[in-house]
Design a protein around this ligand. Sequence first.
Ligand SMILES: O=C(O)CCC(=O)C(=O)O
Length: 271
Amino acid sequence: MNQIVNPIAIDRHSVRVSETLKRADLEALAAAEIIALRVPNYCDYFKRGSLIERITSNSTIEYYKKATGVARIGKALVETKSSSEDNDLYFSSALEQMHQLRQICGNVLNPFDQFRLELDEQWRGGAQIAPFKRGKAFAGLLRIFEEGGFAHPHQDTLQRDAPGEPVAAELLEQFAMNIYLQTSSVGGELELWDIRPSIEEYTALRNSASHGIDKDKLPPSAALIKPQDGDLILFRSTNLHAVHKVEGQRRITWASFIGVRSPQEPLLLWS
Ligand SMILES: O=C(O)CCC(=O)C(=O)O
């Protein structure tokens, strides 16, 4: 008997490659029909060249507290969880930081602003900077993995990272988006698991001495992506994910989280 092949069969572990950012692909990612979405050359060669020079000479680079060899320009909400002072600073400086990142780009359109516009155009309910209870979020940080930098398998969810934030309870899904301005010649792969632990399961798995989970506690992953210069990649940050050790040269990305509610409601952006 012939095998019946379903023409619209879903491969949950596939990385969909698309020429542009499209609503149907965002919906497929939200519905877990694909594991990730990749738009090659989202930020072109000439734009990348001028941005990298300006970024690496910027003096406001700070290191993440819990990750090894990973720095950022712009603040990360998750890092303000246990300090009200840091949380105050995150909100009081949010708009100024976005302005500063725009200034770093000079007369080149900030690739994150381009992404925000296209996301707003594509998603039925539009997209906006998250209006959190303490004020507008900061969105679109620059993340720099130095040589030797890496990220253990981990999960990012607003519910755990900002437990007092009411809108967290409305989110059905959370994406991570990265625009890769410069990738490392060796390593720096993005590894994705088809595992979405609950807050309790995650706490049980987590290594309290690091920012994530030891890989030997996990089953094999679902996808390993070697990002290319200029790529835009989106995945569900509620799934466990890791970044392999970066070697050769710094790996620089523009990064944000995206909170997903219903298709009729705006997507919410923050970093
Ligand atoms: O840089 C990457 O490829 C992914 C980084 C990451 O862990 C995230 O965006 O949540």
